[in-house]
Design a protein around this ligand. Structure first.
Ligand SMILES: NC(=O)c1ccc[n+]([C@@H]2O[C@H](COP(=O)([O-])OP(=O)(O)OC[C@H]3O[C@@H](n4cnc5c(N)ncnc54)[C@H](OP(=O)(O)O)[C@@H]3O)[C@@H](O)[C@H]2O)c1
Length: 512
């Protein structure tokens, strides 16, 4: 067996065991997610020796195809999208485990054919009838497919096997639709069977936020309102909507990024230390952090939330047309491609510490980071000396692309005078760890196969996120759009966001 990828080693530090025997059923097996991310992730798991010897893939899609035809398509996809070179023996082995069931997801007979095929697999292989249903489908099909699986008796775990369901964001469109989706899913599957993927949580550096905070003695004592001035969480993208205009115009930056990715980063930063490093304890603390976000009133939304939309500009030297000129975008669209907000986490640890969140498209750089600005030193001891720049200490956790952490502090410039400059101690993951190239889905798929739900969100977590965001959606629906700030593509975002911090004397960190 090959050596396990270091990124997949669990909390014990021991090499992880291969996943449980199972069949992975992919609905939407002809789609982009399957080809670009799921299959390469499965290949990486196979190469790391982390799949069971009794593992099978069943692709379900509506094209008329055979097992062999499907295998050919999956082989070609892997050759195109693998994160690293492919070894012929691993490739052949994985492709040999694929089979195909044709059918429309709205047609009950598809599920009967699937049931027959799964019965045959259970009889002829050692998968123990364990099944992982991956819904790589348009979101509108999540509830119908789950219902059909339930009606066909496929959701039920009988005779010691397990049955699990994976869905991808978007988990609803607002609070009401998220609640309705959860209700629908829970008709056929129990909460314990549902794994809601936020692929951000598969990133090593996101998981490392917990390690940084709770495996080191030096951070936790100062991780509170007594020492922290404010927190800035940034998810900046250089990409514009490109050809996804039609879909994006109904979504926008707030729905797309905030209740999921940004709130997950906020929760990991703000949560209390869990009693144990296991799913129930970690998820409970993260939920408490989200639930502690002070509800935004209409007045607060007017002053503490900024929405923006990019106009034409240049990103990395390439001309980007205005959002409103993108294919599929309604003329005069008010959909935001940028959102920033000031939130307050109302609990004893964080009272009075603003959390500033921002995310946007067509910005000057691609970067995801959490910046923690500490309070000034209590005594201005050096006030009468030629101090160039007495900055507040800053800890920056870089999630992507340049993964690592940096601590900014003041140091004396060599020389007879006391002169002080802000310096940076920089840690880069790539300098220390030899991580195998990955899609970010490996850990998540593996965790589903071993039944570890720590990195997945429950219905209550999803609904808590939407509960914060819903009043903003409501306020924007009622607005005439004059609050939408245009910003130039390739810049740092709308000027108006500076107003969120201005009165504090603080500034946003530059994007690029
Ligand atoms: N792609 C990504 O990078 C990515 C990343 C994160 C999350 N996601 C999420 O993952 C899900 C899948 O995304 P995707 O990009 O793979 O979408 P996609 O390329 O459009 O694939 C969806 C697949 O579903 C199939 N399908 C749709 N309706 C069907 C029906 N009634 N019966 C049978 N098959 C049907 C389509 O089949 P046809 O080919 O026959 O039309 C298509 O192959 C979405 O929920 C998306 O939000 C995607």
């Amino acid at each position: 067996m090959d050596v396990a990828a270091p990124g997949l080693a669990k909390a014990t530090g021991r090499a992880p065991r291969p996943a449980d025997p199972c069949t992975l059923v992919i609905f939407g097996a002809a789609g982009d997610l399957t080809k670009r991310l799921l299959l390469p992730a499965l290949y990486n798991l196979a190469a790391a020796g982390l799949l069971s010897d009794a593992f099978t893939i069943v692709g379900v899609a509506r094209a008329d195809d055979s097992d062999n035809g499907f295998r050919g398509r999956m082989r070609a996809a892997l050759q195109e999208f693998a994160t690293d070179g492919v070894r012929p023996t691993t490739l052949d082995d994985l492709i040999g485990r694929c089979c195909y069931v044709r059918g429309d997801f709205d047609d009950p007979s598809t599920y009967q054919r699937l049931k027959d095929r799964l019965g045959e697999i259970a009889r002829t292989s050692r998968t123990r009838d364990n099944c992982l249903f991956y819904l790589a489908t348009p979101p509108g099909l999540f509830a119908p497919v789950a219902r059909h699986l339930g009606e066909a008796g496929l959701a039920e775990a009988r005779g010691g096997c397990w049955r699990r369901l994976i869905i991808e964001k978007p988990f609803g469109f607002d609070l009401a639709s998220a609640c309705a989706l959860n209700k629908e899913l829970l008709r056929s599957f129990s909460e314990k069977q549902i794994y809601r993927i936020d692929h951000y949580l598969g990133k090593e550096t996101v998981q490392n936020i917990m390690v940084l905070r709770f495996a080191n003695g030096m951070f936790e004592p100062i991780w509170n309102r007594h020492h922290i001035d404010h927190v800035q969480i940034t998810v900046a993208e250089t990409v514009s909507v490109e050809n996804r205009g039609k879909l994006y115009d109904h979504t926008g930056a707030l729905r797309d990024m905030v209740p999921n990715h940004l709130f997950q980063l906020l929760a990991l930063t703000a949560m209390e230390p869990p009693g144990r490093f296991e799913a129930a304890a970690v998820r409970a603390e993260k939920l408490k952090a989200i639930e502690a976000i002070h509800p935004l009133t209409k007045e607060a939304i007017a002053t503490d939330v900024v929405r923006g939309q990019y106009r034409a500009g240049h990103v990395n030297g390439k001309a980007v047309p205005a959002y409103r000129d993108a294919d599929g975008v309604a003329p005069g669209s008010l959909t935001e491609t940028y959102v920033a907000m000031r939130l307050v986490v109302d609990n004893w640890r964080w009272a009075g510490v603003p959390f500033y969140l921002r995310t946007g498209k067509a910005l000057a750089a691609r970067k995801t980071e959490i910046a923690i600005r500490f309070r000034s030193a209590p005594l201005a001891l050096f006030r009468d000396m030629p101090v160039d720049n007495l900055a507040q200490n800053l800890l920056v956790l870089r999630i992507q692309p340049d993964e690592g952490a940096a601590l900014h502090f003041n140091a004396k410039i060599p020389g007879p005078e006391i002169r002080i400059e802000n310096v940076r101690m920089n840690f880069k993951y790539e300098d220390y760890f030899d991580a195998a190239p990955s899609t970010g889905y490996e850990t998540l798929i593996y965790d589903c196969m071993i039944g570890d739900p720590m990195l997945f969100q429950r219905a209550v977590d999803i609904e808590a996120g939407w509960r914060v965001v819903d009043p903003i959606l409501q306020a924007w629906r009622e607005s005439d759009g004059r609050d939408l700030c245009l910003y130039e593509a390739g810049g740092d975002g709308p000027k108006a966001v500076e107003g969120l911090l201005a009165h504090t004397g603080q500034q946003w960190r530059p994007i690029a």
